[in-house]
Each structure stands twice: as C-alpha cells, then as structure tokens.
Design a protein around this ligand. Structure first.
Ligand SMILES: Cc1ncc(COP(=O)(O)O)c(C=O)c1O
Length: 1009
C-alpha cells in the first residue's frame, strides 16, 4: 500500500526456485504470490511450504532488518501463528542476490497455513478473535524496539497522518473531499493534542483481510498474520485502529463489528481509557490516510483505474460513519474496552440515587393512582401510544371513585423494547437495527399537566422537534453533580407553553414550573405524556436526543441514559402488571384463612413493600402510613433488617444456652425503667406478655381477681380476651367473668367527668371495683391492668392524676399494678419514653410489645426482683421462641435506632405540629370535636355536633375511605369508631405531617360539600 515508485522484481519461478536451492538448500517448486512491491513466491520443498521473498531492490536494507528482528523477537516469545525466518545455508537471515544488475535481498520464511480472512464470510466471533489475536501480538511487541522502526516520513505512519493533509486536495469528489478535510480538522483539534499521553510501541500496521489468515477448518479462528512490511513505531492503539479500519469495511453492522474487535483486543491487551476514547477517530484517520494516498496516486497515475476503485469501500465506510454520532462510537469503544461508556456514569447514577429530588409533577407521582403501561402485549386491549384511541382507553381506566384532584398516571418503562419505533428515523447508517429500547420513562397524564424541575439546573435547549413521532416541544436542562460534572435531563412531548417558560441559559430552581404536557398536535403525535430522560452525555447532539437505543447496545445506552427513575423514584411495581391483584388474592385467602381475621377497607389493599412511614401497593402506589405503631422506627429500617438478617444467618436457638444478646437487651430495657423494675422476660407477642404479667401478679397475690378499664384491650388469647371489655362486651362476646371488675373509662372528653383534671374523679371508681372484689373473695387484693394511654378506647390521654389515684387505691388493698405499654411505649409519647411516666407512676409490672420488634414477633414483661422471685415457685418457665438470639438482635437494633435517631424527641416535635395542624383544621371543620394526644399518639374525634358530642361514626368512616383514595392510610378507634387514630412510625416527620393534614382537610371538605 506504500507509495513505492520502483517496479516489483520479476524473476521467473524457475529462477526463484534455483535461488532457493542455492541459498537455503531447499529445492522445490515455486508458485507466484501477490506482492505490492516485492516478488513473493510459495515454495514447496520436501513436503513443506515456505514463502520466498525477493525484496524490491529499492527497499532499504534497514526495513528488512526491522522485519527480521521483529519476527525473531516474536519467535523467541514463541508466539505461534506467525512466519518464522528460515536461515540461509550460511546461517544468515537473508541472502543478497542480483536483480537487474542491482543487489536485492532474498529471504525465506515459513508458510502460515490457512485461508485469508478475505476469503471467508465475516462473523462477529471471528472479528472478536481477530481483535484478540492482534492484542496478543501487541502485547508481545511491548518492550521490543528497533532503530529502523522510527519512520516519521512513512506515509502509513498513523502518528504522522497529518503529512497526508495536502493529498486531501487530490480527492476528486467535493463532498468526500470536504468530509476528509473535516476529519483532519477534528483530528487536529481533538486527537493530536492527546497523542503525547498515549503508549507507543512497534506496530505491524497492516492487519488487512489478505494478511490475516484464518483456520481452514474453523474460519472464526485466526490462524496467523503475515506481511510485516508496513511496520513502524507508533501509538500502540494504532494497531487496533488499523485492524478495526479493515474489519469494518463492508460490514453491515458497524456497531457490532466495532464492539467485537475492540472487545477481543482489550481482552488480550488492556487499553487505557484515553486509548479507548481515541481508537474510533484513529480508525477513521487510517481510512483517511488510505483514501488520501490512493487519491494522490491516482492523480499521479490517472491511467490506473484500480486506484480509485480500490478506495471505494473506504469512502463508503467513512460516509456511513459520518452519519452517526462519533461520540456514540467513542462511548461504544469505551464500553467494549471494559470502561463505562461515559466517564462517571456510574458515579452519576449513584449520586442521583441519594440526592434530594423534587417531584416532577405538582403532585408527587409516587403518591398518584396509576396504571403500568407495558407495550409487550400484556395489555391486549391497549391502543398504541400513537393511536388516538389511547386517550379514551386510559380515561376509562381511571378508578371511578378517585377524587378529581388525585392524579391518575400511566407509566411507560425505561429499558422497554418497543415495537412502535419502526420508522426509518429509528435506524441509522451504521446498522439496520432499529433503536427500540426506551431510554426514558413515560408519564401519561392529561395535556396541560404541569411539569416541574426535579433539580436545580440551567436551560440547555428549548426546541421544537417537528418530525412525526419525534418529541414535539423539547426541553433539555443542564445540571451538575456535586463534583461539578455536567449531566442533563430531557423533557419531551411538551406543550406550546415551553418557549414562554424556559429560555436557553435560564437558571432553573428545583421545583420550578418548566413546562406542560403537550397535546397530540404539538407533541410529535402521541397521546399526551411526558418523556423524561437522564443523560450523562449529550454526545454531539443538541436540542434533541435519542429517546430509544439499540437493544444490542443497551449496556452502552444505559450508561449514556441511566434510568430516569433515579429522578422519579417510583416503586418497581409502577411498571408491572400484578398477576394476582387484590380481588383475586382475597378470594384465594378466603379459601384458606379464617373469616374472623379481617382485612381493612372495602377495596382491599395488597401491600408489597414498606420504607419509613410509607407503604407501597401492588401497583407501586405509595401510601402514607399513619396508623402502624408496630413498625415503630419505620418500615424495614435497614439497621433492624441487617441485625435480623445477620443474626438469622449466624444462630437462632432457644434460651437454654447462654447468648450475649439477651442480657444486653434486658439491661437496656431495665435501664429505661424507674424504681425496681429490673427483671425482664422475653416473649413473642403483647398477648403473651399480658398473659405472663397476669400469671406473675396472680401467682404473687394468690388470686385471679383483676380490675380492668372499660374498653380496654389486652390481647387475643382466652386469658386476655377475658380481661378485655373491648372484646367480651361486643359482638361475639360473653358475660363479664366474675373475677373481672370493669372500672369506668376515664375519657375526659366524652365520659361522665370532663376535662384534664377529671383524673381523681375517675380514680374514685376503683373503690367500687375493689369493694366488689372484697365481696367476692374476702379481700380487695387484685391485679389492676390498664394501658397508660388508651388506644382502642379512642386514643384517650388519661386525665391528670388518674393512674396515681388508681395505683394508690389498688396498693392500699394489697394489689398489684400492670402497665400495658404495648401501644404507647418506646418514646411514642415523647421523651417520657414510657406512657406510665406521663402519669407519674411506677407500675409493678410493665408489658412491652409491638414497637419493641418493629414488626418482628417480640414482646417483654418487666417486673421487680421481688415479684420475679415469688413467680419462681418451682414451676419452670420455658418459652420456645421468647428471647431467641434473632429476636434479641432485633430488639437491640430497635433501641439503637430510637437512640441514634432521637426518635422520641422527634415524635414529640412532629406530634406537637400535628396537634396544632388538626386544631387549625378544627377551625374549618365543625366535625372535629376534639384533638388530643401526646407525641405521635393522637386522636381526632369527629362529632355531629360539638355541643351534644354525638359521635360522627359514618363521617369518620367516610374520611378514612377518602384518605385511602387520597393515598393516606388511616383508621378509627373508640367505642363508636369515630376517632381518627394517628400513631405512625416515629420516623413520620414534618413532610409527612403536612401531607396528612392536607389530605385530611380535603377529605373533610368532601363531607361539607
Ligand atoms: C394495648 C394492647 N395490649 C396488648 C395487645 C396484644 O398484642 P399482640 O397483638 O402483640 O398479641 C394489643 C394489640 O393490639 C394492644 O393494643
């Protein structure tokens, strides 16, 4: 391929055979082989084949030195599949013979068996093997040097390709000439300055498809490489660039071919990032060199048609490549070489995952009702997004009872393979493969829906992309990572308000209104929706960007456009269709689960995951959980989950062996208790804890008599139901057991005594109960059990002095007092930590449940050493599960979180804000009769009339239903089910409080209107 003026030597085959016999002692038959500037022949001698190479007399001997030294070096490394030098009879690496009266160098090398690549059908595995082979060669040439390799004037030295710049003028076709000149300019601006940083070595430089030999039996295998005549020293990556330039010629899929060659090369010779980034441009410059040289030679030898014919494939390739984004090819090469397609893509995704985001719609899409809109045919009746029938279809899917102001959104998947992209604009010159995989997320909502910026940024572009099925009005915002790296967000299919809202260069703050959803006529011809995309590099695009990528190149595209859900943070179910939605699951559950186990709401919820104060249903909709006082420190708190998982993987057994975790948790609980409350028993539920507490008290007292509060609830077992008027006095109940006395419920809002100071008046009723005990048993000694704030009684804060008055009376008659802290303990009511502390009393026995395990079945009884000693009457207390190491790990982890996140103080602060908020609501809604509570243990009592205080039970049920539709899970309690109970996980903060207040306000308005 070199410019070489001198004609090839032209001896007869017999003359060559004679020379071979004479100098190498190998007699035989010679057959001609092609050579650009030498005379080559295939010598068959003694059953072996060789190549006899008679160099052009004009060839500088130094170049033969270089070739031979290289081959000898490679032979020393035992690199297979390369020609080996056969020594002359005199033991030299060459002979000098006379050709036309001038000395010429004659060499003999071994024959590399196989089929030239040019004669095989190209396959991707073959190209990958080619890359790998050339990588091996490159590796073998590291550290090899030769003075003759420095050939700055050599036309094929890619490092010096600029020297061919003047030849560009010899290109006949103006368009091609301009293309080559543009490539020279790009090279000068973007490649040349980076060359000094690249590694250099001796290069073969000519892995064309006649020089690459494949295995005759398996053309995917590379059998060898010949022709070391174009060697020179240069940037190491040039070897790959040159290999790639030949490999891509006439390939139908340039992406796949590029990936194959680069991947193979990098597998045997790791590239640096800079090399991976430059190889595409260097490959094009090799093609440029080729067309410049042939155009120049054609100008010198206009009679030689072949020169122009031979350059056609190189031009065709350059022209194809010119139609695609070079930055994409750079990204592809980076990926193929084992790097991120775009530097920093991974770090960007990581940063986005934990960076604060504002919702993209005015109302947080995570809380909206929704429908997943996969296009894989799983919604058989769904019209295409580009079909006008889609509008009516999705409107009909909106749940009928959904309040008008609650958005109903459709979500289209990131990464989905979509059949809709069949238009020519979704393929390109490099490959026939259509780009079909969705690079953004689609949010379907009515035209006109407002779009807000999720992050601070600057307007990068505002464009109208008018092609059918394009984006219509399109906004791109530029943002920066914390380290200052730019990245972009794209908003497609917008309405005509865009140019009025955003101008290029404008600063945007997170939360700003930036656009509206466009209608069919302005959004590219789609059902109204927002295409939202994150872009780590705009490549060389502006104003528009690929919204879909190639399936086969998804790993590259995914680095260029990471999942837009990093912005939206939708639950994964938002994009899936649940194969067993709630109605079906309920039917199945009814077959196998007893009907007395109830499920909340008329329309049942299938909850699939939780986090913090939020639960997520099977459609991915998030609900604010305002009632779960079991998951005290937040749903699935990672610290608790990890502690549980770690311990479960290590050991879980019963308490017959010693284990550190049990005394540790007991010590921590005891340390939180006043007085002599120092002995702990671990059990598995509040019910079990109350059973044990009763057993301890009853064993100590020697009698079963128990005084309970009206409307009290203490568990689901026979023994605890018997002391729970909430159960036995209602539907399905039974007569009050004779050993149970019911004290008047101290409700300062609705009971016979009103106001916060009504405690002593209610406490006096205990005397009546104890008198009844005396009448029955001869002594007033009894066990008193009560919640320290009443939960099922309607979130009632006991009036001041109540428990003090009760405990004094019970103890005066020799009784014992149990505080049921199952609902109100562990900081729920604020820094007091235990509910009984708010009443200034110290119980004899404390029952702990729900929050202690954050959902794990764990409960405890804490009592005094004295009562514990009296309980140890000889009967062993054994509990299979109570106190097991996993439960103990969980209990300790829960305490850790309460402490480290200062949840008690947080509950107090959030609770105060909520109380004030509900009191404000009471100013607007006459239905609210009372707002009460402590910390995050609140009750909002609804009444039909504030004077009569008649319970507004129906209204409360309506509000709960409305709240559910509005994405808030609430519930009622109290004898008349008219009290909204609010006892969320303690991580419930001001943001959640604001949502609860706003939604309750809206739900109450539906009643007043
Ligand atoms: C005050 C009180 N005590 C005891 C229990 C029973 O606890 P568990 O359901 O863990 O058995 C409950 C449960 O709701 C409760 O609210």
């Amino acid at each position: 391929m070199t410019e070489f003026a001198e004609r090839n030597p032209d001896l007869s085959m017999q003359a060559l055979a004679d020379l071979a016999a004479q100098h190498f002692g190998r007699g035989g038959e010679c057959r001609p082989l092609p050579s650009e500037r030498d005379q080559n022949a295939r010598l068959s001698s003694g059953g072996q084949d060789f190549v006899l190479k008679l160099a052009n007399p004009a060839e500088a001997p130094g170049q033969i030195d270089l070739q031979n030294a290289t081959l000898q070096h490679l032979a020393r490394l035992d690199l297979p599949r390369l020609p080996r030098i056969v020594p002359t009879l005199a033991g030299r690496d060459r002979a000098v013979v006379e050709v036309g009266g001038r000395p010429a160098i004659l060499r003999l090398v071994t024959w590399v068996e196989g089929v030239p690549l040019a004669r095989t059908e190209r396959t991707l595995p073959q190209l990958e093997n080619l890359g790998r082979f050339m990588g091996e060669l490159t590796r073998a040439l590291q550290g090899f040097g030769h003075p003759q390799a420095f050939r700055p004037d050599f036309a094929w030295s890619l490092d010096h390709v600029l020297q061919l710049g003047t030849h560009a003028d010899d290109i006949v076709d103006a368009g091609r000439r301009a293309l080559v000149k543009r490539l020279f300019s790009r090279y000068e601006a973007q490649v040349l300055p980076r060359l000094p940083g690249l590694r250099a070595s001796v290069l073969h430089q000519d892995a064309n498809d006649w020089n690459v030999i494949t295995d005759a039996a398996d053309p995917a295998r590379i059998a060898g490489l010949i022709d070391f005549g174009d060697m020179c020293h240069g940037r190491t990556v040039n070897e790959l660039a040159i290999t790639l330039a030949y490999a891509l010629l006439d390939m139908p899929d340039l992406y796949a071919a590029t990936r194959a060659v680069v991947t193979g090369f990098a597998r045997s010779f790791s590239l640096t990032e800079a090399e991976a980034e430059l190889v595409f441009d260097l490959m094009r410059m090799r093609l440029v060199a080729s067309v410049c040289i042939s155009s120049h030679q054609s100008k010198l030898h206009p009679e030689n048609d072949y020169l122009l014919i031979s350059q056609a494939p190189a031009f065709a390739l350059l022209e194809r490549l010119d139609q695609i984004d070079p930055a994409f090819m750079v990204a592809l090469c980076r990926k193929a070489a084992g790097f991120e397609a775009v530097p920093g893509a991974l770090a960007l995704a990581e940063e986005l995952a934990d960076r604060p985001m504002r919702p993209v719609l005015a109302s947080d899409p995570r809380r909206a009702a929704r429908i997943a809109l996969p296009t894989d045919g799983s919604r058989a009746d769904m019209p295409a997004f580009s079909d006008r029938a889609f509008d009516a279809w999705i409107a009909e899917k909106r749940p009928s009872g959904l309040p008008a102001d609650v958005p109903f959104l459709g979500f289209g998947l990131y990464g989905e393979k979509r059949s809709v992209y069949t238009a020519a604009q979704f393929a390109d010159a490099a490959s026939a493969e259509r780009r079909t995989r969705h690079l953004g997320i689609d949010i379907f909502a009515p035209a006109g829906t407002a779009v807000h910026a999720p992050l601070d940024g600057v307007v990068e572009s505002v464009t109208y992309n008018a092609d059918p099925l394009d984006y219509g009005h399109t906004l791109v915002l530029r943002h920066a990572t914390r380290a200052g790296r730019p990245f972009f967000t794209l908003y497609g299919h917008l309405g005509g308000s865009l140019p009025g809202l955003c101008q290029p260069g404008q600063t945007i703050r997170a939360g700003d209104l930036i656009a509206h959803f466009g209608d069919w006529h302005e959004n590219g011809g789609w059902a109204p929706h927002l295409h939202l995309q994150v872009i780590s590099s705009l490549l060389t695009q502006s104003g528009n960007f690929f919204g879909v990528g190639h399936d086969s190149l998804w790993d590259v595209w995914a680095d260029i456009s990471p999942d837009a859900n990093l912005l939206l943070r939708l639950e994964p179910e938002s994009f899936r269709i649940d194969p067993e939605p709630p109605e079906q699951l309920l039917a199945r559950r009814r077959q196998v689960i007893g009907p007395s186990l109830s499920v909340s709401y008329r329309e049942k919820l299938k909850i699939v995951r939780g986090r913090g104060a939020w639960l997520c249903d099977h459609t991915g909709r998030r609900y604010l959980d305002t009632v779960n006082n079991i998951t005290h420190v937040g749903h699935c708190h990672p610290h608790v989950v990890q502690a549980l998982a770690r311990q479960a993987a290590e050991l879980n057994t019963n308490t017959r062996y010693l284990h550190d975790a049990m005394p540790r948790l007991a010590e921590r609980l005891a340390a939180s208790m006043p007085g002599d409350l120092r002995v702990v028993y671990f059990v598995n539920s509040g019910t079990e804890a109350n059973e044990l507490a009763l057993r301890i008290a009853r064993t100590a007292l020697g009698k079963t008599d128990t005084v309970v509060l009206d409307w009290g609830y203490h568990g689901n077992s026979g023994g605890t139901v018997a002391i729970s008027p909430y159960k036995f006095k209602r539907k399905g109940g039974f007569p009050q057991p004779d050993f149970v006395q019911i004290a008047s419920f101290p409700d300062p809002y609705r009971g016979p005594h009103r106001g916060p100071d009504s405690g002593p008046a209610y406490a006096a009723d205990i005397d009546r109960c104890l008198d009844a005990v005396t009448a029955r048993t001869g002594s007033g000694a009894a066990t008193f059990i009560a919640e320290s704030l009443s939960g099922v009684g309607g979130q009632v804060v006991l009036p001041k002095g109540y428990l003090a008055g009760v405990y004094a009376r019970i103890r005066a008659r020799g009784g014992l007092c149990i505080a049921d802290e199952v609902q109100c303990g562990f900081g729920r009511v604020g820094p007091a930590f235990w509910g009984f502390a708010t009443q200034g009393v110290t119980p004899d026995i404390v029952v702990l449940g729900k929050p202690i395990g954050n959902g794990h079945p764990l409960a405890a009884v804490v009592t005094t050493p004295e009562l514990a000693a009296r309980f140890a009457n000889g009967m062993e207390y054994f509990n299979s599960f109570g106190g097991n190491p996993v439960s103990m790990a969980v209990g300790n982890a829960v305490l850790d979180v309460i402490e480290t996140e200062a949840l008690a103080a947080r509950a107090a602060a959030t609770g105060d804000g909520l109380m004030q908020g509900f009191r404000d609501l009471a100013g607007r809604h006459a239905l609210i009769g009372d707002v009460r509570g402590m910390g995050l243990f609140l009750g909002v009592e609804l009444v039909t009339d504030r004077d009569s205080r008649l319970p507004a039970t129906g209204a409360a049920e309506h509000v709960v239903d409305q709240l559910r539709l509005r994405g808030v899970l609430a519930s009622t309690d109290g004898p008349d089910d008219n009290v909204l109970k609010i006892k969320p996980p303690l991580v419930f903060g001001p943001e959640e409080a604001a949502i609860l207040l706003a939604e309750t306000d809206a739900a109450l308005f539906t009643l007043s209107n």
